[in-house]
Ligand binder design. Sequence first.
Ligand SMILES: [Zn+2]
Length: 330
Amino acid sequence: MLVPGKIVLDHAFANHYAVGAFNANNMEQVQAIVDAAAETQSPVFIQVSRGALKYSRLIYLKHIIQAAAEEHPEVPIVMHLDHGNSLEVVKTAIGLGFTSVMIDGSLDESGKKALSFEENLALTKSVLEYARPFGVSVEAELGTIGGVEDGAGVKRIHVTDPAQAEEFVKQAPVDSLAIAIGTSHGATKFSGECVLAHDVQQEIHRRLPHTPLVMHGSSSVPEELVAIVNTYGGKMPNTKGVDIPQLQQTIQHGVSKVNVDTDGRIVMTGAIRKFFVEHPDKFDVREYMGPARDALRDMIKGRMIAFGSAGQGPKIKQINLEQAKQFYAR
Ligand SMILES: [Zn+2]
């Protein structure tokens, strides 16, 4: 069923695992995500970016995700807005029935200019004030994650300042905080080895010992998945993702949600390219979307196991937004 983000985040935080947050734009992706969650007994965030909302004309994805919840009532599913950039977008998502929203006040609405600490704080507070009465959970971001997502983003990474993080959450008590420690969106996250600022991450956790932290831009971009794309006519040079052991290290220190989008894009693209090369005579949509969906499901299952969320779903006491309102009123 659809549950508020907070109950999953708090469970993950208390039990030292991370819930995977996977992006969806269409039915096959939603099915792959929820099937992976059902098969591994994992809670899951299905996250929808502004671009995905636009692409799916708002209501389509809402109903597809609700269908997933109807098909799998046993799976705790969080319907989450990824990178909301204004109170207006948050209002739209909450109006659609989202159970969790991210307000990314690290950048302005154009996505090109960094907002100041005070501007980010003011925007996040306005979202908290709006979302709480609905029982909707709120994720904020401090520092800037590099790379471009849906046409918005900055090249440079500004690693989160631990003292600022402490001050930020004190003034805006969000349910989770996205931090920047060297990851970026996209398929080329590092020019050489994967280097994360583990010392900074651990210091943030020390200062915020009760706040679940979120890692964005955390696809692993496995060479074997990129190789399938490139073998079957694709062109993806110089790819580099986040090493899973390094992610697991952050999960030991308060990271409770890990976002994975790029890996899903690569695995589906590879499966479809392979199918077309091997079966140039075929033209039934189901024949290539089916294998792409299966490949995405299998990749996600692997992440759920790696992040430690497999088997945790049945241990979470599921509540709806109505019950979450009382939760926040306490
Ligand atoms: Zn992100």
